[in-house]
Design a binder for this molecule. Sequence first.
Ligand code: ADP
Ligand code: MG
Length: 148
Amino acid sequence: MVNKRMVEIVTHSFEETEEIGRRIGKNLIPPCLVIIDGDLGAGKTCLVRGIVDVLGAGTNVTSPTFSLVCKYNCGWLDVYHFDMYRVKGLRDLESTGFFDYLEERAIFLVEWGTNVEEFLPKGGIKIWIDRIGEDERVITFDSDDILS
Ligand SMILES: Nc1ncnc2c1ncn2[C@@H]1O[C@H](COP(=O)(O)OP(=O)(O)O)[C@@H](O)[C@H]1O
Ligand SMILES: [Mg+2]
């Protein structure tokens, strides 16, 4: 078993979190699943904005809390952005179309992944965001090889 190295980064503004997203996005090769967890307002969507931006689809990213999924076309690849906040259980997850999208060679960014973690494919990248102050966030990765 390979021992992955955990990494923690503290950001002090949403811009810094977006920038971490850009550094991660550069290293994502499809197909790839990224689970992003943290409380409401932690900065999950902010991180997604950076990832989507560096992949070439710009910064017009909002949380798909009601639509459940947004698709961004980034030229040679597609990014699917899920928000599982309201998704509970396998039936709910199936109804989002998640497993159909998963057939594609795309990048899957999943907010609130822990809600449905037992049903998600194994081997995804996991990121946690903790709010430690008004503008301070700790971003934790389960592996350091996704950050350039
Ligand atoms: N360091 C930071 N990183 C990310 N967001 C921050 C930070 N400091 C303040 N914020 C604010 O926190 C909020 C994060 O919102 P959002 O990314 O939508 O959270 P989530 O998707 O986790 O609910 C935004 O209003 C953002 O401006
Ligand atoms: Mg969000």
